[in-house]
Design a protein around this ligand. Structure first.
Ligand code: AKG
Ligand code: FE2
Length: 353
């Protein structure tokens, strides 16, 4: 029998020490824990979350992902997201650029819309492979509901620290409004010939929406800490989710909250020859929400916007348009040249890529 247990994360690669935030303490309004969340959200935009109570839902989703990725490619391709800027459905490995040269990504995804998961069997956006639909009520919907609740709690906490009126951010992310919110299961198959340890499986990016709730088992996720040029691994820790902020929160807060660059490379060292699976729930604003700083709602944000270079956060687009533009310009089929990659970018600093 081959050894199917992957080796542990190596202890001789550079890692970023994320703060560990206790979800149970946040839920009871513990001020010290809220201070620590605020520090993580404003300085790096990434943190570990423990006591989130979602482990069983994560396992059920990874099982759904394994059944889905095991379908013949021809079957999966019937549900491909396409080149028009839609995210929901299947994404084949090699469909996206990972940088300005047009180097290809090496991960496949199954993305399930929050709207489709909540409304099932009613179809809001699209149909999914049978391996997904069969588990929509037993696995996908419970994971979506739990993740929405966790992200809502984090968002409400940040809302209050930003000096926004109670429930202000929540109103931009209601369960009813159609949005780009989605669950994503990601598979990276080990390369048949050894890959460079820094070859991007998913290119450097900031997340497109508001909050990402991520679960992975093997290494490979890397963060570029602000003010540095060395990518650092995020070490997966059992029972700990990885949370990060996306562009929408950076924009709403005029840069007070940080949407940090990250990427996925092959799992480090001896983990490289194993399949890498990860699972994310992305909370994104309703499609019609304008992406602009909430200056009239909070003096703190108004001050930050006044200090920021003019128009830095004035996107002139809705959340739906922002999402579509970023997805569409990553697709290799749409590539005209390096400018297509530039057109896929978010709020990150120009010098970082
Ligand atoms: O797989 C991971 O660890 C991260 C995935 C990610 O950054 C994304 O899908 O936006
Ligand atoms: Fe990401």
């Amino acid at each position: 029998m081959p050894d199917i247990t992957p080796p542990p994360f190596p202890d001789d690669v550079p890692t970023v020490p994320l703060l560990v935030i206790d979800y149970a303490l946040l839920r009871v309004g513990d001020e010290h824990e809220i201070d620590r969340l605020w520090k993580a959200a404003t300085e790096l935009g990434f943190w570990y979350l423990k006591n989130h109570g979602t482990d069983a839902e994560v396992d059920a989703m990874l099982e759904m992902g394994a059944h889905t990725m095991a379908l013949p490619l021809e079957e999966k391709m019937k549900f491909e997201q396409g080149d028009g800027g839609n995210s929901f459905g299947y994404k084949f490995a090699g469909s996206n650029a990972t940088d300005a040269t047009g180097a290809l990504d090496s991960v496949e995804f199954i993305n399930v819309s929050k709207d489709d998961a909540l409304a099932f069997p009613v179809v809001v956006h699209r149909k999914y492979p049978r391996t997904v639909e069969e588990r929509m009520e037993s696995a996908v919907r419970p994971f979506v509901r739990k993740s929405m609740e966790v992200n809502q709690t984090l968002m409400d906490t940040l809302n209050d620290r930003l000096g926004l009126p109670p429930g202000c951010l929540a109103k931009l992310h209601t369960p009813e409004d159609h949005s780009g919110s989605e669950a994503r299961c990601i598979k990276k198959t080990p390369a048949s010939t050894p890959e460079a340890p820094d070859r991007a499986a998913i290119g450097a990016h900031t997340d497109f929406g508001s909050l990402s709730f991520l679960h992975n088992r093997l290494g490979g996720l890397q963060v570029l800490p602000p003010g540095t040029d060395e990518w650092k691994y995020v070490k997966p820790m059992p029972g700990h989710a990885i949370c990060n902020l996306g562009d929408a929160m950076a924009i709403f807060s005029a840069g007070i909250l940080r949407s940090n660059l990250h990427r996925v490379v092959p799992p480090p060292k001896s983990q490289a020859s194993f399949e890498r699976w990860s699972l994310v729930f992305f909370t994104r604003p309703g499609h019609s929400v304008p992406l602009a700083p909430l200056t009239t709602e909070s003096p703190l944000i108004a001050e930050a916007a006044a200090r920021a270079p003019e128009s830095r956060y004035a996107t002139g687009s809705t959340a739906g348009e922002w999402f579509r533009r970023r997805i569409q310009n990553q697709r290799i089929k749409n590539r005209m040249g390096p400018e297509t990659w530039m057109a896929s970018r978010g709020t990150e600093h120009k010098e970082a890529y």
